[in-house]
Design a protein around this ligand. Structure first.
Ligand code: BGC
Length: 676
């Protein structure tokens, strides 16, 4: 069986025939593997590769970080396009951009001849302090899935595997290797699982990464219920699960991982050392059939990513192209959020402002190569200062003292150092570093025309200084073209259209995870006592005024909402209904609005959030232009997860349909009745 084959002999084997049915190729290759070779395939080597099996022409399957571009640490220092991080991309509320991003990311992966990108990261923002919030998308499960599914589709359209991570409830970095996230079934169903599930059901995700932490007492990589029962049996996942790097170290045993459905242990064998695998098999702790099932999943994805195919048969790669760089800039332009703009200070007129002072620690700071495993190394990075210089050329002098300037722009915020927006630690504080607070306060005293631009991946405490600052922008980590995008927005070449994918609280203790040390950071366990009341679901329902609500973002034009219509008065069973609303650009310049639809259950036998996002559309309108936006909804959009029956349930009665420009600015309202 394990005789050496020449390359020519290998070529004639059935599994090498790309015209053969995928499952037949998988079966054929599987039956040729010896037990030892199967063990070989269970774990990685050289940090990001699987081990090759030369006898059968199985090359290393190569994986690279991460969620906003190829990581140098996982690609022999490859330079790549630095795309805006997930929080910025999600703030575009533009799923089409997510898909284009997925395609471009995969093209870069193909260009370095790898097979899988370790992203997207779709963990929910549970606390503003999570060090990896910048890598994750949002606090809302609906927005999360709508922005994650197209990334996976885009990536996989190029025959590169996406790896959706970190499955699941890895919502903080403190104690990430040991903590158990204690979470209710309802919260899992309504908040934490939906994006993961949608990437399988709607985008056929080819890989998932098991998390470091425990979920209700069991480590993610040996969680049979999460992996085997839900992901595989319930959702129909046909790809493979890879451990987060060394996440298996603390799991119970070899067999618990095998039996849970963990195929690949990275970056090297710990639980999947050959000796251990053999011993556990001999002792009957798992069966070869179960092992085969795990291996088949990896082989399947090897075939799908073209590991055995001729180069001409797979989509070509490309990297650092002007097209990718333009996309990076476009995402930044659409993702940057104008938070505050008193007396329409912005946009700036380049002819009025002659002397601008640019200060702050982030004015000329490059952000690509930082933050942990999601770091990237772009060939260039336009910092905010460079972007302003590009824009203003010699029209505007950049001066030194605030008082002699017509305007001051402060680039404040965080960076990717430990204790800020960075992997493996959470933020030390909700506040800006004290020297930045002093700088802002002092500057605005000297010159009231002071604009603050925040660079960060999570909300920052602004109370105490924002009151005196006329204009504030959240620019996130907006990729290698960030500076150009910021300058375009400041001077009005681009009309801002980003909306917050998270709530910005006034103070940390307003935030649902910050009730006690039990709810954050916990110790051995962290209790998700807030249940489904995460993000705006909490602020809305508990009537806590946020600093900026979920969905908020200003524009240089204005939009009016009229004429909400629902095509039926009642629905039952699987009926669908449509909601239409007219949006008019009532201002004097073109712009895009994100029209948001929320559902409110008027009366319910269980506690429900005041409202929940169930639809959104980004619409581009010229000045004076009107468009009718149509949403289609169904019973599921009215439902909650009923823990008594373990089913989604809509109760008879009225539901309000709320349409607006943020979770707090509702402009139109309608009603529908559900009758079973
Ligand atoms: C991170 C993952 C990453 C992996 C490989 C881990 O520490 O949690 O997100 O993909 O390392 O670098």
């Amino acid at each position: 069986m394990n005789k050496k084959l020449s390359n020519n002999e290998i070529k004639t084997l059935p599994f090498m025939d790309s015209n053969l049915d995928l499952e037949k190729r998988v079966e054929d290759l599987l039956r040729r593997l010896t037990l030892k070779e199967k063990f070989t395939l269970c774990s990685g080597k050289r940090s990001f590769y699987t081990k090759p099996i030369k006898r059968l022409g199985i090359k290393s399957f190569k994986m690279t970080d991460g969620p906003h571009g190829i990581g140098p640490h996982s690609s022999n220092n490859a330079e790549c396009t630095y795309f805006p991080t997930a929080i910025c991309r999600t703030a575009t509320w533009n799923p089409e951009l997510s898909e284009q991003f997925g395609v471009a990311l995969a093209q870069e992966v193909r260009d370095i001849e790898y097979h899988m990108i370790l992203g997207p990261g779709v963990n929910i923002h549970r606390t503003p302090l999570c060090g990896r919030n910048f890598e994750y998308q949002t606090e809302d499960p609906y927005l999360n899935k709508k922005m994650a599914v197209p990334v996976v589709r885009g990536v996989q359209s190029q025959k590169i595997a996406a790896c959706v991570k970190h499955y699941i409830c890895n919502n903080q970095e403190i104690n990430r290797f040991t903590v158990s996230s204690e979470v209710s079934e309802r919260a899992l169903q309504e908040i934490y699982l939906p994006a993961f599930e949608a990437t399988v059901r709607e985008a056929d995700a080819w890989s998932f990464m098991g998390c470091y932490n425990k979920v209700n007492g069991i480590y993610g990589c040996e969680h049979k219920n999460l992996i085997k029962e839900r992901l595989m049996e319930e959702w129909g996942f046909k790809g493979f699960v890879v451990s987060d790097w060394i996440a298996t170290a603390k799991t119970t045993s070899t067999e618990s991982c095998i039996n849970a459905g963990l195929t690949l242990e990275m970056p090297m064998p710990i639980k999947y050392k050959k000796k251990k695998l053999n011993q556990a098999l001999l002792e009957g702790k798992y069966t070869e059939e179960t092992l085969n099932e795990n291996i088949k999943r990896l082989l399947r994805i090897m075939f799908l990513t073209g590991l055995f195919d001729n180069e001409n048969a797979i989509p070509p790669g490309s990297r650092n192209t002007p097209k990718h760089q333009a996309l990076s800039r476009k995402i930044a332009e659409e993702g940057i959020v104008l938070l505050k703009n008193e007396d329409n200070l912005l946009p700036l007129n380049i002819d009025t402002f002659k002397k601008i002072k640019v200060i702050g620690p982030n004015a000329d700071k490059e952000m690509g190569e930082g933050g942990g495993s999601s770091q990237v190394r772009p060939p260039y990075e336009i910092t905010p200062l460079k972007g302003l210089k590009n824009k203003c050329r010699n029209k505007v002098q950049i001066v030194n003292s605030p008082s002699e300037a017509d305007l001051v722009i402060i680039f404040a915020g965080l960076n990717h150092e430990k204790g800020m927006d960075s992997e493996d630690s959470d933020r030390d504080s909700f506040d800006l570093p004290s020297e930045q607070i002093e700088l802002i306060k002092k500057t605005v005293q000297e010159n009231p025309k002071t604009i603050v631009i925040l660079i960060s991946g999570s909300p920052i405490n602004m109370v105490g200084w924002i009151e005196n600052i006329p204009a504030v922008i959240e620019a996130w980590y907006a990729g290698q073209e960030a500076g150009n995008a910021i300058a375009d927005i400041l001077f009005g070449d681009v009309n801002p259209s980003g909306k917050l994918p998270i709530t910005f609280p006034k103070k940390l203790s307003d935030s649902p995870a910050h009730v006690s040390t039990r709810t954050y950071p916990g110790n051995e366990k962290v209790y998700y006592d807030e249940g489904i009341f995460v993000g705006y679901r909490h602020f809305d329902t508990k009537n806590i005024e946020p600093l900026f609500p979920f969905g908020h973002g200003l524009s240089y034009t204005t939009f009016s909402y009229d004429n909400l219509k629902i095509d039926r008065k009642t629905i039952s069973g699987d009926d669908k209904f449509t909601v239409s609303v007219d949006i008019t650009n009532s201002g004097d310049r073109a712009g895009a609005e994100v029209v948001q639809l929320y559902v409110q259950d008027v009366e319910c036998s269980v506690e429900r959030p005041l409202k929940e996002l169930k639809g959104f559309k980004k619409v581009q309108l010229d000045s004076g232009e009107k468009k009718t936006i149509v949403f289609e909804l169904e019973k599921k959009d009215l439902s909650f997860f009923d823990e008594k029956t373990s089913c989604w349930k809509a109760e008879n009665g009225s539901f309000n349909i709320l349409v607006g420009s943020s979770s707090k600015d509702i402009h139109q309202k309608g009603e529908i009745e559900y009758i079973e």
